[in-house]
Ligand binder design. Structure first.
Ligand code: HPA
Length: 276
């Protein structure tokens, strides 16, 4: 067994001691987007610090917890709080919980995040389904290093990284509930600073519709181990060259909370409606 699979096994055993639930769906809740966790019933919450092998050291991580329970008639596992490269974690550490959730039984990963809008048609407070991503600015890759073929292939394919069926279902449910949802390309960056105007021009020229500091590493690892993926971004601020303003954190958080009910509704409906 590889070091990684031993570590995954230890984390799974630690979780199993607390909850016997075999989750079918894994959920990662983005910054300020934790409300979906309120829909989970019969739940067990485990602090990250109590899970063997989970990365720890920063203040943010201490608040993080894994929630196992039921939602919409399905068994789920949700991460409330995630790890970011800019906190000092490696991409291997950032993505470790994804392998653990897969090993617990998950077949699908649903992920949310707060992102900057690069598409002129978007407005802050709206949501965007991620149709594709760009990882080329991450500076490293969570799969760099030895590969364990029992976890996933050395050279995983990234064709249709975001699951076509899940996207169709999310779009159908958004339409039915009259929730406006854009669709576009998410570009992953390291952070923690926001981008310069020159960088926004470059991200737009790259074909980006949204930019953010999370999600892409976790999705690469999800595809590596064979999880189907659905991703939704909340557009918290617009990043259009020529129209930039000083980033106002209160405004960004305000826009995230304005969009959150739409995200929560779509995600919980997808969980309920999807056929596994
Ligand atoms: N860049 C710009 N704006 C943002 C980001 C980002 O990474 N995340 C949320 N808003």
């Amino acid at each position: 067994m590889s070091d990684l699979s031993i570590k995954i096994q230890q984390a799974v055993l630690g979780i199993r001691k607390r909850s016997g639930i075999m989750p079918e769906i894994a959920i990662i809740l983005g910054t300020g987007l934790g409300a979906l966790a309120n829909e989970i019933t019969n739940k067990i919450e485990i602090n990250y610090k109590d899970i063997p092998g989970f990365p720890l050291s920063t203040v943010e991580a201490h608040a993080g917890k894994l929630i196992l329970g039921e939602m919409g008639g399905k068994k789920v596992v949700a991460m409330q709080g995630r790890f970011h490269r800019y906190e000092g974690y490696s991409y291997r550490e950032v993505t470790f919980p994804v392998y653990v959730m897969k090993k617990l039984g998950a077949k699908i990963l649903m992920v949310s995040n707060a992102a900057g809008g690069l598409n002129k048609k978007f407005k802050a407070g709206e949501i965007m389904m991620i149709s594709d991503h760009n990882a080329l600015l991450l500076g490293d890759n969570p799969l760099a290093g030895p590969n364990d073929e029992r976890i996933g292939p050395r050279w995983p394919d990234m064709f249709r990284t975001y699951d076509v069926e899940l996207m169709k279902l999310a779009e159908k449910l958004a339409r039915k509930n009259k929730i406006q949802m854009h669709k576009g390309v998410y570009i992953g960056v390291i952070g923690p600073n926001l981008e310069t105007e020159a960088e926004y021009k470059f991200l737009i020229a790259m074909g980006g519709d949204a930019v953010g500091m999370s999600t892409v590493p976790e999705v690469i690892v999800a595809r590596h181990c064979g999880l189907r993926v659905l991703g939704i971004s909340v557009i918290t601020d617009m990043c259009i060259p020529g129209h930039l303003e000083v980033a106002n954190i209160e405004k960004i958080i305000g826009n995230a909370s304005q969009a959150e009910p739409k995200l929560t509704k779509i995600m919980s409906l997808v969980v309920k409606e999807l056929k596994l």
